[in-house]
Design a protein around this ligand. Structure first.
Ligand code: ADP
Ligand code: MG
Length: 715
C-alpha cells in the first residue's frame, strides 16, 4: 500500500465542534463556568449544617483531623448535588504507583426491593473504598494473595463531577493504601510531606517572631509543555501508539531554526482546542491562566495559577487527562512524552514551588530589600542546603525513560542539579558570608530611548533559562520535571528535604539564642555557615556548556545521566534518614517505589525495543525492497547501490537488536535495567540510524510512516 500526500489535506481539515463557547456575557456571574462542577466551599456552605461546614473548613485551612461522624451528612449532600448534575456513578480517584490516575465506577442506584431503584451513598462509602489492589504495582509491599487495598477520602482536595457526552460521574479524590497501612500511592507521602514541612516551618517562624501563623502550605504551579499533532499521523505510526514517541524519523529540512513558533500566533484549530480544554478545566475548578506556543513546531504550553501542593498535584493529573480527551474532539492527539521527536525540543513541566503561611505570607518572597528580610534569608538558606544535600534524590524524583532523552541534551536542564539565585540574592549571601560589602542592590529603571514608552523598573537579576533549579522572584522553579511526570513525588521530595533543613537550621538558631545571641545575630550566623557549606550547588552561568559539566565534576556534584544511574538515590542513606525521620515514607515504602520505577524503566525499554524491531522488519525493510524492485524494473542499476548498502546496514542492525531483545538469563533489577540501557536502547539507535537514512532515499509514496515534516507542520 502506498501513502499519498493528499492525505495531508484531509488531516489539516477540522470542524469547530467547540461551538459557541466564547459568545456569552462574562460580566454575568452565571455565565462564568469556574468551579461549576466542584463540590466547593461555597457549595458546602449552602448544603451542610453550620457545624459540619465549620469542621470541614478547618480541615482544609489548618490541616486538622475530620470527625468521621460527619461523613454521613457530607455524603448525603454530595450525592444530592451530584445527582442534580446528572451523575449516575461515583468513583474514588486515586494515584497508584503507575504515575497515572485510577478509578472504578460504582452506580449510586441500588434495587429498592420493589422493582425500582433508590440512590444510595453513605458516609462509609464516601470515606472508604476497597478496590481489588492486586493488579496495581506495589514493589513487593504486598504479596498478590494479600489483595486487600483501601482508598481513603481526602477531604482537602475537592470532589467534582466529570461530564461525559453520555453522562456524568462524581469523582472523589482519595489516597490508596495497603491493608497494613503502607502507602501504595503518590498522594499519601505528599500529604505527609506537607505536614512535615508545616511543622518545621512553624517552629522556625516562632523563633523568628511570628506568633500568628498556625500552618504553612507548600504551593505548586506547573508549566506544562505538550505537543498536539493530527490524529491521522498518530494512528499511522505504531511507535507513537505503543510508546508515545517516534522511534524512527529523519530530521526535516525545517525544524525550529527560524524561531518562528515560540510565542507565535496560535493556529486556529489549536487555539479552539485549547479554549475548550481550558473551559472544561475551569468547570472543574482548575485555575488555568497562561497558554502559548513553545519552541518546537507543534509544541505548546499551559500553566495554571498556583495552589497548595496536594490540590495542585491533583489538578495537574486532571489537566493532563483533559488535554488528551479534548484534543480528540478536534482530530488532534496530545503527546505528553518527554521526547516524542528525536532532534526536536522535548517537553518538560516547570514545577514552581514555594511555601506560604495560613496568614497569607509567601516565605519565598524577598520583598524590596532581601538583605533585611531575616525570615526570607533563613528559609532560602534552608532550600539551598536541602537541594545540595539531596541533589541525587531530586534528580531521581524526575527519572523516567522519556527523561533520559531530554535531561542533558542542549534544550532541557542537565542531569546535574544546581541552583540559580540571580545576581541580587547572590550578592546578599556573599556579603553575609564575607561579612563585608553592601548587600543592597539599588532599584533602577530601564529607559527605552523614547519618551513615549514608559521607563521600566528593572529586576535585581536576569533570568536563566538553563538552570534546573532557579529562583524566579518569589518561588523556586524546579525545571527538570518531565512533561508526563506526576507532580506528587518531586514535591514530596522538596517538602521533605526542606523540612529537614529548616529543622536543622532552627536548632542552630535556638542554640545561639540560648548562648546569648539576639535573633538577628543568630540567624545571620547560621545562614552564613550554611551558605558557606552549601554554595557549591550555586551556578549562574550556562548550564548547557560542557565547561560547566567539567566544573561540576570538580565540585563533586552528581551527574546522574540516566534513570538506572539515578534511581538508587531513592534508597541512599540520606534519603532513608530524612524520609524516615519525618514519617513520609518508611524504608520499605521507599524500596517499593524503587522496585516499581525500575520495573517500569525495564518494561518500557523492552516495549520500545520490540516495537522498533517489528516496525523495522515489517514496514521499513519491505519499503526498501519495493524501492529496489522499482529500480530494477527501470533498469538503472547504479541507483541500486546506495539502497542495497543501507538495507544491508539495516539488516545487520536488526540482527543486533534481535539479540539484545532476547533477555540474558539470570539477571534482574538494576542489572537488567542497565542491559536495557546499554544493549537494547543502543541497538535501537543503530536500527534507527540506518532506517532514517533510508527514509531519505526510498520513493516517497513507498515510505510507510508519516514523516516529521508532515507530523510537525500540518495542522
Ligand atoms: P515566570 O514567568 O517567572 O515563570 P509566572 O508568574 O508566569 O512566572 O508563573 C509561572 C508559574 O509559577 C505559574 O504556574 C504560577 O502559578 C507559578 N507560581 C507563581 N507564584 C507561585 C508560588 N508562590 N508558588 C508556586 N507557584 C507559583
Ligand atoms: Mg516559568
Amino acid at each position: 500500500m502506498t501513502r499519498l500526500r493528499q492525505e495531508n489535506v484531509t488531516a489539516a481539515k477540522w470542524s469547530s465542534n467547540g461551538g459557541a463557547l466564547g459568545t456569552v456575557d462574562l460580566t454575568e456571574a452565571e455565565n462564568n463556568p469556574f468551579g461549576q462542577n466542584v463540590f466547593s466551599l461555597a457549595t458546602q456552605r449552602q448544603r451542610l449544617s453550620k457545624d459540619t461546614f465549620k469542621q470541614l473548613r478547618s480541615t482544609l485551612e489548618h490541616g486538622e483531623a475530620l470527625d468521621p461522624a460527619l461523613a454521613d451528612e457530607v455524603a448525603e449532600a454530595m450525592k444530592r448535588w451530584a445527582l442534580e448534575r446528572g451523575a449516575t456513578h461515583y468513583t474514588h480517584v486515586f494515584q497508584p504507583l503507575t504515575g497515572l490516575t485510577a478509578e472504578k465506577h460504582d452506580s449510586f442506584f441500588e434495587p429498592d426491593g420493589e422493582g425500582g431503584a433508590i440512590a444510595d451513598f453513605s458516609g462509609k462509602e464516601l470515606i472508604q473504598g476497597e478496590p481489588d489492589a492486586s493488579s496495581f504495582p506495589t514493589g513487593g509491599v504486598r504479596a498478590t494473595f494479600e489483595a486487600r487495598g483501601y482508598t481513603a477520602w481526602d477531604p482537602t482536595s475537592p470532589a467534582f463531577v466529570l461530564e461525559n457526552p453520555n453522562g456524568a460521574l462524581l469523582c472523589i479524590p482519595t489516597a490508596f493504601t495497603s491493608w497494613t497501612g503502607e502507602a501504595l500511592d503518590a498522594k499519601i507521602p505528599l500529604l505527609r510531606s506537607m505536614d512535615a514541612l508545616s511543622k518545621s516551618a512553624i517552629r522556625a517562624l516562632k523563633l523568628l517572631g511570628d506568633a500568628e501563623s498556625k500552618r504553612v502550605f507548600t504551593t505548586v504551579g506547573p508549566e506544562q509543555e505538550y505537543f498536539l499533532i493530527d490524529e491521522q499521523y498518530f494512528f499511522e505510526r505504531p511507535d507513537l501508539v505503543t510508546t508515545g514517541r517516534t522511534l524512527f524519523g529523519a530530521k526535516p529540512p525545517k525544524g525550529h531554526e527560524l524561531d518562528d513558533h515560540y510565542f507565535g500566533s496560535i493556529p486556529e484549530r489549536i487555539l479552539a482546542c485549547m479554549m475548550e480544554t481550558e473551559n472544561e478545566l475551569r468547570k472543574l475548578g482548575v485555575p488555568v491562566k497562561t497558554r502559548h506556543n513553545e519552541v518546537a513546531p507543534g509544541q505548546y504550553e499551559i500553566a495554571p495559577i498556583f495552589e497548595n501542593s496536594n490540590v495542585g498535584s491533583d489538578h495537574q493529573q486532571l489537566t493532563m487527562q483533559m488535554m488528551q480527551n479534548v484534543a480528540r474532539n478536534y482530530g488532534l492527539v496530545c503527546l505528553l512524552h518527554e521526547k516524542p521527536f528525536a532532534g526536536v525540543n522535548g517537553s518538560g513541566k516547570h514545577n514552581n514551588w514555594s511555601m506560604g503561611t495560613d496568614t497569607g505570607v509567601n516565605l519565598m518572597d524577598p520583598g524590596e530589600t532581601p538583605a533585611d528580610n531575616t525570615s526570607f534569608l533563613f528559609f532560602c538558606a534552608a532550600v539551598i542546603q536541602a537541594v545540595n544535600r539531596h541533589q541525587g534524590l531530586l534528580r531521581a524524583s524526575v527519572a523516567n525513560i522519556g527523561q533520559d532523552h531530554r535531561l542533558g541534551a542542549n534544550e532541557a536542564p542537565p542531569a546535574i542539579l544546581s541552583i540559580f539565585l540571580g545576581a541580587e540574592l547572590e550578592k546578599v549571601f556573599e556579603a553575609i558570608e564575607s561579612g563585608q560589602g553592601d548587600p543592597h542592590t539599588p532599584g533602577s529603571f530601564l529607559g527605552l530611548g523614547t519618551p513615549v514608552l514608559p521607563a521600566l523598573p528593572m529586576h535585581g537579576g536576569d533570568r536563566n533559562r538553563t538552570s534546573p533549579f532557579a529562583f524566579t522572584g518569589n518561588k523556586f522553579e524546579f525545571r527538570a520535571v518531565g512533561s508526563s511526570d506526576s507532580l506528587a513525588f518531586p514535591n514530596t521530595v522538596l517538602n521533605t528535604i526542606v523540612a529537614e533543613a529548616v529543622d536543622e537550621l532552627a536548632e542552630q538558631v535556638e542554640k545561639r539564642i540560648a548562648g546569648g545571641d539576639d535573633v538577628a545575630e543568630a540567624v545571620t550566623a547560621v545562614v552564613k555557615d550554611s551558605y558557606a557549606a552549601n554554595k557549591q550547588i550555586l551556578f549562574g552561568g550556562d548550564n548547557y556548556d560542557e565547561e560547566w559539566h567539567a566544573e561540576a565534576v570538580r565540585r563533586g556534584l552528581k551527574n546522574l545521566r540516566t534513570t538506572p544511574d539515578a534511581l538508587p538515590e531513592v534508597l541512599a542513606p540520606a534519603t532513608v534518614k530524612a524520609f524516615g525521620a519525618y514519617g513520609v515514607l518508611s524504608e520499605r515504602e521507599l524500596e517499593s517505589r524503587y522496585e516499581v520505577w525500575l520495573e517500569q524503566y525495564i518494561t518500557r525499554a523492552n516495549i520500545e525495543a520490540e516495537t522498533a524491531e517489528s516496525i523495522a522488519r515489517t514496514m521499513i525493510v519491505p519499503a526498501a525492497l519495493r524501492h529496489l524492485a522499482l529500480i530494477d524494473a527501470a533498469e538503472v542499476g547504479e541507483l541500486a547501490g546506495e539502497t542495497r548498502r543501507l538495507l544491508d546496514e539495516l539488516l545487520a542492525a536488526i540482527a543486533t537488536l534481535d539479540e539484545a531483545n532476547a533477555y540474558p538469563e539470570g539477571i534482574e533489577g538494576l542489572e537488567l535495567a542497565k542491559h536495557a540501557r546499554d544493549r537494547q536502547l543502543t541497538a535501537m539507535a543503530g536500527v534507527r540510524e540506518a532506517a532514517d537514512r533510508l527514509e531519505k532515499v526510498v520513493a516517497d509514496d513507498l515510505w510507510p510512516l508519516p514523516k516529521y515534516s508532515e507530523i510537525l507542520f500540518v495542522r
